[in-house]
Design a protein around this ligand. Structure first.
Ligand code: ZN
Length: 80
């Protein structure tokens, strides 16, 4: 389940009843489900943020490597 799907589900269960079939969501069962979904969403968002941070780190490192390569390349040009 991705963050969008999770958010949609949480929004659905935050209502009093199912808009399609009218099942009441104000029971213990749905309260538990809602809590589980919220926990899952928090974990997903944390993972997502970690992933974005890692990706940024890699991109930054990569930019550094590219700069280094172009410097070496420029230096090599001068030698020739
Ligand atoms: Zn329903």
């Amino acid at each position: 389940m991705n963050i969008k799907t999770l958010t949609d589900k949480i929004n659905l269960f935050n209502q009093d009843k199912c808009p399609t079939c009218g099942t009441s969501f104000s029971t213990k069962k749905f309260e538990n489900l809602r809590n589980q979904l919220n926990t899952l969403l928090e974990e997903k968002q944390k993972l997502d943020n970690d992933l974005k941070a890692k990706l940024k780190e890699i991109t930054d490192n990569n930019a550094g490597v590219m700069e280094y390569i172009s410097k070496i390349s420029a230096a090599t040009q001068k030698i020739r």
